[in-house]
Design a protein around this ligand. Structure first.
Ligand code: ADP
Ligand code: MG
Length: 768
């Protein structure tokens, strides 16, 4: 049901009207034409009237109807964000995804024509382009949340647009809750003439917004809901007769078929992750190469194949996923080379955040990878599961933007009806929330249970978060923010990492600790062994095609050898700690002249390394400002830590993870656990028990028979013959394979003596 429209606020005082000016914009002609075709532009007057009359407005419109690119411009033209108007404050636009914040800022800047680039900026965790002339600022929702803990009234802004609200990211949900209070405060202050009122516009690609509009604790008067009718062309949906579990193979076949048989038009493929995408990308580029690539392959020893393939038109295949460097991501907007067909292989980034022009065919595997988090055990898993019916509809809709389209679903209609949930679960129900709780406490939101969440998080999860924060010293036993907690919140890090930073000041370890928490926060620094790719872009040219499996096998063996060599080189600092290995990588990176080459030859992710560098810089700056005298400057080039420092570092890390200790289960008295031999990996797997499991064991002896946890194959300890009695882990991951074994990642051993001293709550570093 659509809620009743809120009664209009009293008209603004006449003086305001006089001052309100309209900012003239001269758009490039082709952009002006394109924008006039967007459904949202036809609604401009409606939308602006509603915004003038209400502090909060909700806009729903199909993906591609022009919400993200146009609504900020409506506000801009109405005087928001410009000096000498009654609404000089910035127009803020939040996005759940960084890709979208960057690409939308660049698009809107172009659309505003001459000088537009200066008017529109973006800010994401590590980069920002804001300047003195900024009027519209795109940012991730996390950035605005941080700004709120600095200035709860958001005095810098005259309007805030929360985009993609239907995605229900944790940050978006919290933002909407917090903003409902900010609006009220700004309205009260405006009545006393102290600030201007703030406008809030919530935008959604679906009509499912009742969690916001009908939640009386959030908005006592329902905000008006404006619907933008999209001009969607008909889309024919083709279900498969069978549901394939080997869907990447089916995707490949389907794309080939479309490209060979169907009329021109771009293809958009939805897959679940980077691995699937890069794999398929190579196969497709090989199957439908560009002309020069074909010549390249003919000059090798491979037999020239003058089959039908040579007359086929090339396929311009592009990847799109969140770990891809920003510049690469933007290539999907770059058009297609003459005579080829565009084919984008994407994760659900392409579902609603970005509208790729010219798509006529959608191939949908029906699945997505979702990060889940077990509230009781803390185990994280990436599970591939069916998307919701709502997502499947969004995906299909991408093909009907420019004309009638086709969507090929690689699952049967029976499976769709039976197994697909109607809607996806909001992220707040799936993710750890201690960082959020800390942030909310620093915004003086003390009783979190009373907060007007659009969907309230699970009570157990909230309790656990508060307990962890109390344990870390960020909250006092009454749940109030401590001084330590206040400092912890300065850092854009999860509370645990902030805590490690704060205890990491001993023995001049801080610069190393900063490097470590930066790398841990960024995550995914290493390319994992199973992601090793034997058709490197460069290798492709001289690799003989069709040379058979034997060749690929030797290639693979060679790559694997290089891989182990690189990993061994980083282990020289300390043979037992993954976290210290990470430190070696971060340090080595700074000494290299050619970072691209360094990452390539050492199987590291360049983007992650660049982000780690930036985060180190950012953390150092915050330390410098907030903890005077501790750190004078940021020097990215660190000398190797001394032996004493290595010991100290291990203990600091252990102190930060004291609630994530694992104990060798096979060494416990009368243990039923035995090391087992993993023949595939040719290693012996040693069972461990987590503190959580051992605590349960103390209460209930049978609990010992619960599942053990194991060392993750990516760990330095996995290939070693002796295994420490105690270790701390930074993550627990459930294996996606059928065994479902839970594995610990990023390990550091601890000794019993240290554990005992740490357990007493004295993270004092000893040097025995
Ligand atoms: P919505 O937010 O309602 O989903 P958008 O404002 O994102 O819609 O998109 C409106 C139109 O602008 C779409 O047709 C899209 O293809 C086009 N567009 C957006 N960004 C770019 C870009 N960087 N290059 C070309 N076209 C773009
Ligand atoms: Mg949008």
């Amino acid at each position: 049901a659509i809620p009743k429209t809120a009664p209009a606020l009293p008209p603004p005082p006449p003086e305001d009207v006089k001052k309100a000016s309209f900012v003239a914009v001269e758009r490039p002609i082709e952009m002006q034409t394109a924008r006039l075709a967007l459904p949202v532009v036809a609604e401009e007057q409606h939308i602006m009237e509603a915004i003038n009359a209400n502090d909060c407005v909700v806009i729903c419109g199909e993906t591609g109807s022009g919400k993200t690119t146009q609504v900020p411009q409506f506000l801009y033209e109405a005087g928001y964000g410009s000096p000498n108007t009654s609404t000089p404050g910035l127009i803020g636009v939040t996005q759940p995804r960084r890709v979208a914040a960057v690409s939308m800022a660049s698009r809107v800047g172009e659309e505003l024509g001459h000088g537009g680039k200066e008017k529109v900026s973006y800010q994401i965790r590590f980069e920002g382009t804001a300047g003195p002339n900024t009027a519209i600022k795109f940012m991730t929702d996390g950035i605005l949340l941080r700004e709120l803990s600095e200035d709860f009234l958001l005095r810098k802004y005259s309007a805030v647009i929360i985009d993609e609200a239907h995605e229900r990211s944790i940050n978006t949900d919290i933002l909407i809750g917090v903003m409902s209070r900010v609006l009220k405060l700004r309205r009260e202050l405006a009545e006393k003439d102290e600030t201007k009122p703030l406008k809030l516009i919530i935008m959604s690609a679906t009509l499912r917004v009742s969690d916001f509009t009908e939640n009386q604790r959030l908005f006592p008067i329902a905000p008006p809901l404006l619907k933008v009718e999209a001009r969607q062309h008909p889309v024919s949906i083709h279900f498969s007769r069978r549901t394939f579990s080997e869907y990447p193979e089916e995707v490949y076949k389907k794309v080939c078929k479309i490209h060979r048989r169907l009329p021109p038009g771009g293809i958009l493929v939805f897959l679940t992750g980077q691995n699937e995408i890069t794999h398929l990308l190579k196969r497709l580029r090989k199957a439908f190469p560009f002309k020069d690539e074909r010549q390249g392959s003919n000059s090798t020893s491979a037999p020239p194949s003058m089959s039908a393939e040579d007359v086929e038109s090339p396929l311009h295949v592009l990847p799109l996923y969140s770990l891809l460097p920003t510049k690469e991501q933007l290539r999907v907007f770059g058009g297609v080379p003459e005579g080829s067909r565009m084919c984008v292989l994407a994760t659900n980034v392409a579902e609603t955040s970005l509208t790729i022009p010219g798509i006529r065919y959608v191939v949908d595997c029906g699945r997505s990878k979702e990060r889940n988090h077990d509230k009781t055990t803390g185990v994280q898993s990436f599970d591939i599961g069916w998307v919701s019916k709502a997502s499947a509809a969004q995906r299909a809709g991408r093909s009907g933007r420019t004309g009638p389209g086709h969507c090929y679903r690689l699952y049967s209609s029976a499976v769709y009806e039976r197994d697909f949930p109607e809607f996806a679960k909001p992220e707040i129900l799936r993710m750890p929330i201690e960082g959020l709780v800390l942030q909310m406490k620093s915004m003086n939101i003390d009783t979190i249970t009373n907060f007007p969440f659009p969907t309230a998080p699970d009570r157990l999860g909230l309790q656990k978060s508060e307990r962890l924060l109390e344990y870390l010293g960020a909250l006092d036993p009454k749940g109030a923010l401590t001084e330590l907690g206040r400092i912890m919140n300065f850092f854009p890090l999860s509370p645990r990492f902030s805590k490690i930073l704060i205890i990491g000041q001993q023995h001049e370890c801080l610069p190393y600790i900063i490097a470590i928490v930066a790398a841990l926060s960024v995550g995914d620094v290493f390319i994992l062994e199973h992601q090793l790719d034997i058709h490197g872009e460069a290798g492709d040219e001289d690799a003989p095609r069709n040379a058979g499996i034997a060749f690929e096998d030797t290639q693979r063996a060679k790559r694997r050898k290089e891989y182990y060599r690189a990993h061994r080189a980083f282990s020289s600092l300390d043979l037992t700690s993954d976290v210290l290995k990470l430190l070696s990588v971060v340090c080595a990176y700074e000494y290299e002249k050619d970072s691209t080459e360094f990452c390539e030859s050492n199987f590291l992710r360049l983007k992650a390394m660049q982000e780690t560098h930036k985060l180190r810089q950012q953390i150092s700056k915050i330390v410098k400002i907030n903890c005077p005298g501790v750190l004078n400057f940021f020097n990215p080039k660190l000398p190797p830590p001394s032996t004493v420092q290595v010991k100290a570092l291990k203990q600091i890390i252990a102190a930060g993870f004291i609630d994530q200790v694992a104990i060798r289960a096979d060494l416990l008295p009368n243990s039923p656990y035995k090391p087992s031999h993993n023949s595939a990996k040719r290693v012996t797997e040693v069972p461990y028990m987590t503190l959580f499991a051992s605590a349960t064991f103390q209460q209930d002896e049978d609990a010992l028979l619960g599942p053990a946890v194991y060392i993750h194959p990516s760990s330095i300890l996995a290939s070693q013959s002796s295994h420490p009695e105690y270790l701390v882990y930074s993550e627990l991951k459930k294996s996606a394979s059928s065994t479902g074994k839970v594995r610990m990642k990023l390990l550091t051993p601890v000794t019993g003596v240290h554990l005992a001293s740490l357990a007493k709550g004295t993270p004092l570093i000893t040097y025995s």
